[in-house]
Design a protein around this ligand. Sequence first.
Ligand code: NDP
Length: 256
Amino acid sequence: NASRLLGKTVLVTGASSGIGAATAILFAKGGANLILLARRADALKAIADACTTAHKESGVQQGGKVATIQLDVSDKAQVSGLLDKIPAELRAIDVLVNNAGYVLGVERVGEIAASDIEGMFATNVLGLISVTQLFIKDFKQRNTGHVINIGSIAGREAYAGGSIYCATKHAVSAFTGSLMRELVDTSIRVTEIQPGMVETEFSVIRFRGNKAAADKVYEGLHPLTAEDIAEEIVWAASRPPHVNLAEVFVLPVNQA
Ligand code: NDP
């Protein structure tokens, strides 16, 4: 029910492309205010403009607010200064979408660079945890809020050449499960979305910019789109307040 989104404030990390960008625009179509976070300021500005257009097209001319904040979730100092950067009228957020994340490389365990290991953990795990910590206190004080973490099929399974990414997404899954159980006697909801293959910049980053190798992954498959995952996220956020979609595992029809 789209009316449950009207006037809500949603913060999306990794909103400059892919799943995060599509999610922001879909929330805007439902009349939600948006706070968009990522490292690339220009890309964020383009998504913010798309959200403003979505607000207008859905008749939310007034009151539909969009803020962009250039932020690296893996940088502890930047995360601890985040609340001060959020415009005062948007500081009480309703939905936190922890989406920023990536996989870099397909090397086997002996060959992975320490900097790649640290980078993936710093963003996918520590970044997600520190952003969550920042808002959970306020959620508890107001006894409301929804944390939506983007896990992965890689958080349910493990495959050769994906050791670090799989470990980070298993960590996301464990953290999300603990958080949900810690909050069981509150009205705060906690959801984990676990996508299979989604065609975004993700695959190009994984193959370090080699587009041909990135595209090969999808051969013979009809991968999910960022919009497919955005629909699941917005669906979870727009359930009645007593309904918590704890886990949503979404695959392309030909992926098992
Ligand atoms: P994209 O590469 O298109 O999007 C990733 C987003 O994360 C970008 O907006 C990027 O923005 C942001 N980001 C990356 N690192 C940081 C950082 N340190 N600080 C802030 N923002 C950051 O890929 P997807 O949309 O596919 O990925 C989104 C999420 O979905 C990830 O968590 C990914 O693991 C997960 N996922 C993806 C799947 C897929 O097949 N595509 C499958 C399963 C899960 P910027 O570079 O501007 O900072």
